[in-house]
Design a protein around this ligand. Sequence first.
Ligand SMILES: NC(=O)c1ccc[n+]([C@@H]2O[C@H](COP(=O)([O-])OP(=O)(O)OC[C@H]3O[C@@H](n4cnc5c(N)ncnc54)[C@H](O)[C@@H]3O)[C@@H](O)[C@H]2O)c1
Length: 259
Amino acid sequence: MPDVFVVTGGAGFIGSHIVERLLAEPTGASVRVFDDFSTGALTNLPFAAAAGPRLEVIRGDIRDLAALEQAATGASVIFHQAALRSVPLSVEDPLGTNDRNVTGNLNVLEAARRRQVRRVVYASSSSVYGAGLELPKREAQPPAPLSPYAVSKAVGEQYAGVWTRLYGVETLGLRYFQRLRPPARPRLGVRGGDPAVHPLGTAGRAARDRGPAGAPAHGGMRRQRAALARRHRQGQAGAGLHAARRLRRGLRRAVDFFR
Ligand SMILES: NC(=O)c1ccc[n+]([C@@H]2O[C@H](COP(=O)([O-])OP(=O)(O)OC[C@H]3O[C@@H](n4cnc5c(N)ncnc54)[C@H](O)[C@@H]3O)[C@@H](O)[C@H]2O)c1
């Protein structure tokens, strides 16, 4: 039986790339997008028509546990990307951020537990490191969140670890660094700015009590900075394309981990 994957926030910037990558699996996996379309859009899924019945799009809110449970039924992995992804908005609306990012994240873990979903791969954030200047960042560094958004991501990691230890739901957190903006998707829910500062390929497994990390974490920061400067010299288009390639490589690693 081909896998069924759920991608929360699958109509968003990163989520839509995960969906595209999962649909390319030679095993013929099918994908359920679970998204409230608060920042996401169907236009981020231009491959939907070609995917046919292998792609199901569910309009739903991760704050709604019953809806999540239904979406998780029969799934083998949930890729959890849905969140309010803005530090300034989290400062303006800390309670709303907590609802979406902490309660929502908890619901995803709980839906996975109740529906026997084997694994949850979730989006964390480099913001959990805080403002420390120490480089390279290491996963073992203690979290030092400076905003409600960063707190929500740090709490999400803690909950995931507990759901693994207590309930056996396997979890993998990826601390994404700065936003990425491949040029092919002009209307994504991401603000403008420098593309490809720290592409997804540098994301590593969140600090976790479950053995040595399989994927390499943050290596060669100096090399990355030099490469970034080079890309800036080459212009934004070049940097954007490079970011897209790095994004694809990073996603491939995350997906391969769960084979
Ligand atoms: N883009 C980055 O640079 C970056 C950096 C660090 C972490 N992250 C994390 O990566 C994940 C994806 O970020 P993104 O850049 O793709 O953001 P995005 O805003 O483009 O995507 C988020 C998606 O989640 C959906 N969503 C939001 N609240 C929801 C809810 N309550 N229920 C269901 N769906 C909901 C939105 O509609 C959207 O489609 C987020 O968890 C974010 O915190 C992103």
